[in-house]
Design a binder for this molecule. Structure first.
Ligand code: AMP
Ligand code: ZN
Length: 486
């Protein structure tokens, strides 16, 4: 933690020196996925961006408690508490229990996160596991006079709150503009004010996910889950709250209002928002139907793709843009990232083969300084990657005996590459895809069979023992030979 880390705070709309509330501890909450369908590549971009931030905070010596929730309840289709519950709708369509939907897509999400080599959060709470905490918080907000009950639902009173608080503190929008953009309530709506949002919603008979509460059987509004879970695990005020930019105007604005109305505190010191992954300039989203599934990207099985790209190439592609810039998907950009990623990893492998000299004509400490400067400037991964390409150029030049490097500089360069490429950027070398390994194994097993048929037992044993030394065991049976990893 020798230099100042500076980050952009959405709340103050400027870059600030990062000063945790109780150093070296850092509490970080990130809004997680809504698990009623597969995560698309846009969602993954946000989680990869926060993975970079988490990794760098840890690398800088902070003890981070990273909480990322799973939204598995109470999320209606419209932003303003209308439409169907997405889980119930999907469950009806697929004739499953809502919790089967939740389980299926949570597992899929974890698989994706592992493929992208993101570190798991320290706590991963679910909304359905924290209903009582949400109810307690709603009770407190009602007691403080900022929410009201109508017909067994509870709404947050935005007008009342705005009389004493700045409701749009996060986005700095004008209340008049907000009201102008919200449709009239009409006679049907039970809310008092147009901007009011639900804290608890009375369950209709067909609503499957439902819980008892002081107001009757129902389910929580979306925003209250994050307020309840973040304060439970990180306290009433904590350091960092993150999510995609699309969440700032409604979800995070309402989170701030709920926490202020409940415990009279600003819940978060630094709000951080990641920018969107776009396709031809349009935000990738589930509702727009322009979402790529990561699996489609890996296999190339999508009309917009010319071929498949590996998870590490896609991770590298994401990190080549700053988290606050938009990133537009294109085959050309992915092709360039593929080359860049391979160049970096080849240089990383070459490190072990570099011959140290008496003297150095390369500047490793300057390079190291520039890598830290990049990351300390609001986690600027594209500038960091440009510096690491410079490291790759040095490595290749020393390998070709065009430059020389001293023993101590070489040690420093190895540490720099392992710190930044492996630990901070979270990249790793990739194995050949399993179906390629399968084809390779078929080829080797056939060679062994040929040797056996020719009574060349020396060769067939050599193949079997050689594979066993590599941890691959062959099993012969009447049906043929199969293999598995020891
Ligand atoms: P959701 O599952 O829709 O609640 O989204 C999970 C996370 O992904 C949220 O933090 C969103 O802000 C984020 N997100 C959604 N769409 C995109 C996108 N196109 N690019 C980057 N992040 C996104
Ligand atoms: Zn949230």
């Amino acid at each position: 933690m020798s230099q100042d880390l500076v980050l952009y705070n959405t709340l103050t709309r400027k870059k600030e020196v990062f000063e945790p509330l109780t150093p070296p501890f850092v509490g970080m909450y990130v809004c997680g996925p809504t698990v009623y369908s597969d995560v698309h590549l846009g969602n993954c971009r946000t989680f990869v961006s926060f993975d970079l931030i988490y990794r760098y905070l840890k690398h800088s010596g902070y003890k981070v408690r990273y909480v990322r929730n799973i939204t598995d309840a109470g999320h209606l289709e419209g932003d303003r508490d209308e439409g169907d519950d997405k889980f119930s709708k999907k469950a009806r369509l697929e004739q499953l229990e809502p919790m089967e939907i939740v389980q299926r897509y949570t597992i899929g999400f974890h698989d994706m996160m592992r493929l992208f080599n993101t570190l798991p959060p320290d706590i991963e709470p679910t909304a359905t596991g924290h209903i009582s905490e949400q109810i307690e918080m709603i009770k407190e907000i009602i007691a403080n006079g900022y929410a009201y009950e109508v017909n067994r639902s509870v709404y947050f009173d935005v007008e009342k709150y705005s009389q004493s608080h700045n409701y749009t503190i996060l986005t700095n929008r004008q209340m008049e503009d907000l009201l102008a953009n919200t449709r009239d309530l009409g006679g049907q709506d039970e809310k008092k004010g147009r901007l009011d949002f639900a804290l608890w919603i009375k369950a209709k008979p067909e609503h499957i996910m439902r819980w008892p509460s002081p107001w009757g059987v129902g389910f929580p509004g979306w925003h209250i889950e994050c307020s309840a879970m973040s304060s439970k695990y990180l306290g009433q005020t904590f350091d960092i709250h993150g999510g995609g930019m699309d969440l700032a105007a409604t979800h995070h604005t309402n989170e701030i209002a709920q926490s202020e109305a409940c415990s009279h505190t600003q819940p978060v010191k630094y709000w951080m928002h990641t920018n969107m992954l776009t396709v031809n300039g349009t935000r990738m989203s589930k509702s727009a139907g322009n979402g790529f599934l990561p699996g489609e990207l890996f296999t190339g099985n999508h009309p917009l793709l010319t071929r498949g790209y590996s998870p590490m190439t896609v991770r590298f592609f994401m990190l080549q843009a700053h988290y606050r810039s938009t990133l537009d998907f294109s085959n050309e950009a992915l092709e360039a990232s593929d080359k860049g990623f391979k160049r970096l990893m080849n240089a990383y492998k070459l490190l072990e083969k570099l011959p140290p000299s008496e003297t150095s004509d390369v500047d490793i400490s300057g390079l190291k300084q520039r890598c830290y400067d990049a990351m300390n400037d609001d986690f600027n991964s594209p500038v960091l990657i440009a510096e690491l390409f410079e490291a790759a150029r040095i490595i290749n030049s020393v390998y070709d005996l065009k430059s020389s490097i001293s023993e101590s500089d070489l040690k420093e360069l190895k540490k720099l590459m392992s710190d930044f490429v492996i630990n901070v950027l979270g990249l790793h070398e990739e194995q050949a895809p399993t179906d390629d390994i399968g084809k390779l194994m078929d080829f080797i097993i056939n060679l062994r069979l040929e040797a056996k048929n020719n009574k060349d037992y020396v060769t067939s044993d050599k193949i079997r023992i050689g594979l066993s030394d590599l941890g691959i065991l062959l099993k012969d049976s009447k049906e043929g030979t199969t293999w598995n990893k020891a």
